[in-house]
Design a protein around this ligand. Structure first.
Ligand code: LLP
Length: 461
């Protein structure tokens, strides 16, 4: 069964930030949810043994630490108060999590009819829902407006006319925010940066489209313009980007008041707060982010001589990302010779790009740990790969694992809560894994594993 890896053999090229650990069994607490710990090598979360848990639900499985999720939600709520915190459901949403968001006093950001359906099913007051998207259909807009959604964030001239027409036709007013691009180059992956000029979201402030959008919104009597909305991107650590965005958005906010006579009561600075996936990442605590943002907004408003609009933000990843990990079972261990006399250890697990596309899509870094036992074997550098028919099907590009890692071992990957299950696919007809919530020694499956019947249900034969 076990493959024999020479302890300490340096396999392949390793990134400079990845240091060989002193104890390969130990967790790096910054990467894990609050209740995660190792007991005699066994990973425990929420007071439960993860090996025992997955003996019941099988692998791969997402394990969601409810205590951690709720504490992060509360930390944002308290740090930013009186600002409103909209949890970005795109990071991960299901009915139970929508309820937690509500119970912790957060509002909810949705961006599709599907997400809205989950929110309504969870009993969220529609007033506390924000609706995003750069290409909402008339049908989606109508449903959102009729449901009484608290704010629709408009993103195109066509959408403004669609919303205007629906309010006129149904007699139901709509509250909107205008999504603007502040021209900020966020220091993150190109695909998750959203405030530079050359991309699909929002109206450009610099190019004048944002001002024109506001003018057109104000022409519709059924639309109540609440404010401007800016989201600069995701996995951002540097508050400088928020500062530049806030300055530009507030300057436009003041110009609208001065030139169009409309004082908007609100402003949203979006989400995007980074989390730690590996030792390279050093996220700021919510309190620090809040203090920085509050100061920026207060300072700019003083300078402009305007009243501060009521602020809101939309974190997704920073709340759910670290709260969830993915647990896999190792199926094969293979040594692959590379140039220069080195080799790389490929550890294949029973999931992959269907449950975590982020490594393939964004070249994202993750870490991993052996979850079922302690090992005294020396660490080897490995690549953890999935079971899909694709060479880019990588879960963790580089990680040290015990040299005696073998089929049957459990491997857990931390910080997979955001954009893991929510971007999961059925590639190769994979069955998407369950989400098991754990808290105080109790496990509850809140999203069940898909079955072959689920797959066949949409295939009409
Ligand atoms: N608000 C708006 C308008 C957004 O578009 C997003 C994310 C958020 C808030 C939440 O951002 P967060 O705090 O979660 O970073 N799939 C990519 C991320 C795409 C983000 C899309 N919008 C990833 O896996 O990194």
């Amino acid at each position: 069964m076990s493959s024999h890896l020479s302890p300490g053999s340096f396999t392949g090229t390793s990134p400079v930030w990845l240091k060989e650990p002193e104890d390969v069994n130990a967790l790096m607490p910054e990467l894990w949810s609050r209740t995660a710990e190792k007991r005699d090598g066994e990973l425990h979360i929420g007071g439960l043994s993860v090996p025992e848990l997955v003996a019941n639900v099988n692998t791969p499985a997402y394990v969601l630490d409810e205590t951690d999720f709720r504490e992060r939600a509360r930390a944002f709520r308290d740090a930013f108060a009186p600002a409103d915190v909209y949890y970005a459901g795109k990071a991960f949403l299901c009915t139970e999590v929508a309820r937690w968001v509500d119970q912790e006093g957060l509002c909810l950001d949705v961006c599709s009819d599907g997400e809205l359906s989950v929110a309504l099913r969870a009993g969220i007051d529609p007033e506390r829902i924000g609706y995003h998207g750069n290409n909402k259909t008339a049908m989606e807009l109508r449903r959102a407006i009729v449901a009484g959604v608290g704010r629709i964030i408009v993103d195109s001239f066509e959408e403004i006319e669609r919303v205007g027409a629906i309010t006129a036709e149904t007699g139901t007013p709509a509250r909107v925010m205008v999504r603007v691009t502040a021209g900020v180059e966020a220091h993150t992956h190109e695909f998750i940066a959203t405030a530079h000029e050359d991309q699909k979201f929002g109206f450009s402030i610099a190019g004048g489209a944002a001002f024109e959008a506001v003018r057109r919104v104000l022409a519709h009597p059924g639309i109540d313009l609440r404010g401007l909305h800016s989201h600069i991107g995701s996995q951002i650590f540097d508050t400088a980007g928020f500062e530049v965005a806030a300055r530009r958005v507030l300057a436009l906010h003041a110009k609208i008041a001065a030139e169009l006579g409309h004082v908007m009561p609100e402003m949203d600075l979006g989400g995007g707060f980074g989390i730690a996936y590996t030792s390279q990442d050093d996220p700021r605590p919510a309190a620090e982010l809040a203090a920085g943002m509050r100061e920026i907004v207060a300072h700019e408003c003083r300078g402009l001589g305007i009243e501060e609009p009521h602020l809101s933000i939309e974190p997704g990843r920073a709340i759910v990302g670290p709260a969830m990990c993915t647990v896999y079972t190792v199926g094969t261990v293979k040594q692959v010779a590379l140039d220069g006399g080195v080799s790389r250890t490929y550890v294949s697990v029973d999931g992959g790009m269907s449950d975590n596309i982020r490594t393939a899509l964004y070249d994202a870094d993750y870490s991993a740990t052996l979850a079922g036992r302690a090992s005294d074997a020396a660490p080897v550098l490995a690549r953890i790969v999935g079971k899909h028919c694709e060479a880019g099907d990588i879960v963790v590009k580089h990680e040290f694992v015990p040299g005696d890692i073998r089929p049957g071992d459990l491997v857990a990957v931390p910080a997979t809560g955001a954009y893991g299950r929510s971007m999961a696919s059925n590639y190769n007809h994979a069955l998407r894994p369950p989400v098991v919530a754990v808290r105080d020694g109790v496990a509850r499956t809140i999203v069940r594993r898909e079955t072959v019947d689920d797959l066949l249900a949409t295939d009409l034969g």
